[in-house]
Design a protein around this ligand. Structure first.
Ligand code: 9MG
Length: 277
């Protein structure tokens, strides 16, 4: 199951690790533009040498309660980092954005995947993705980052998430996105209670059966804090457990902060799968 990310082909029958590179002010607060770019590049270098196949560059925080940034601010944060990584590193650059201008510019600079937590619902985003011609990850989110964790409710979370994602698939395919360029993501923590997240995690195989590769982002999320009682800085073991479950259930990409440790966990899952094939 090969997918081509702007010239880099990866077999998504196997599980790959995506390193998270936030270029928001809270992540690289000190220094000017170039210091921020260089700090981000150093972090990207480390993640690639630790085994990340993807680097996910994001300039707009999507944490619960976060506020939006202007298009220009997002371009200023993301584009220099995409350009620097593309010039030097052997990894797929994913851009975590919902903004059409950022989609167009970052793909022009070398990004090979659009990771949109809003599933291309912003005005102009579908057109930008079609024109960019690279794979897209469509994620489910109920509500908006500002309010999504206020009493999220579902009759059947797995059915509702799958039905939303498939309605987006139909729409983007009709607009011209190729079926073999689509990934799906249940959106752990985006308008979901702990129970919803656990039901979705248990059902990654069913999501995979919809016919599109699955991306899972569970790293350090509050659901893991709720389960373990641990602060965000102490959620590595729980994050590895969650990543291992997702990989065993067929996720093709695991989005994480702790690349080196997750790559090892995924290697164990892959070794077992290769053995029993
Ligand atoms: C940007 N971002 C934060 N969490 C995420 C998740 O779970 N999946 C994807 N695709 N992107 C995410």
């Amino acid at each position: 199951m090969l997918m081509n990310f702007a010239g880099r082909s990866l077999d998504l029958a196997q599980c790959h690790v995506m390193g998270i590179l936030n270029v928001t002010p809270d992540s690289f607060s000190d220094g000017g533009r170039f210091i921020r770019r260089d700090a981000a590049l150093m972090q990207a270098r480390r993640m690639v040498s630790d085994g990340a196949a993807f680097i996910d560059v994001g300039g707009e925080s999507t944490r619960p309660g976060s506020s939006p940034v202007s298009v220009q601010e997002e371009l200023d944060r993301v584009c220099p980092v995409v350009e620097a990584i593309a010039a030097e590193l052997d990894a797929v650059i994913s851009v975590d954005t919902s903004t059409p201008e950022v989609i167009a510019e970052s793909v022009r600079l070398g990004a090979g995947l659009i990771n949109d937590v809003r599933a291309l619902q912003r005005d102009g985003a579908v057109r930008a993705a079609v024109e960019a011609g690279v794979p897209v990850c469509l994620m489910h989110m109920k509500g908006q980052p500002g309010d999504m964790q206020v009493k999220p409710g579902y009759d059947n979370v797995n059915r509702e998430v799958a039905s939303f994602l498939m309605s987006r698939v139909r729409l983007v395919e009709e607009a011209g996105v190729l079926a073999h360029n689509i990934l799906l993501d249940p959106g752990f923590g985006f308008g979901k209670s702990l129970d919803h997240n656990l039901q979705l995690l248990a059902a990654v195989e069913q999501m995979r059966a919809l016919g599109y590769p699955v991306l899972a982002g569970l790293s350090r999320k509050s659901m893991l804090g709720q389960i373990t009682g641990r602060d965000v800085s102490e959620r590595l073991p729980a994050s590895l457990a969650a990543a291992t479950i997702a990989a065993m259930k067929g996720a093709s990409i695991i989005r994480v902060h702790d690349v080196r440790e997750t790559v090892d966990a995924v290697k164990v899952v892959t070794a077992m799968e290769v053995m029993v094939q």
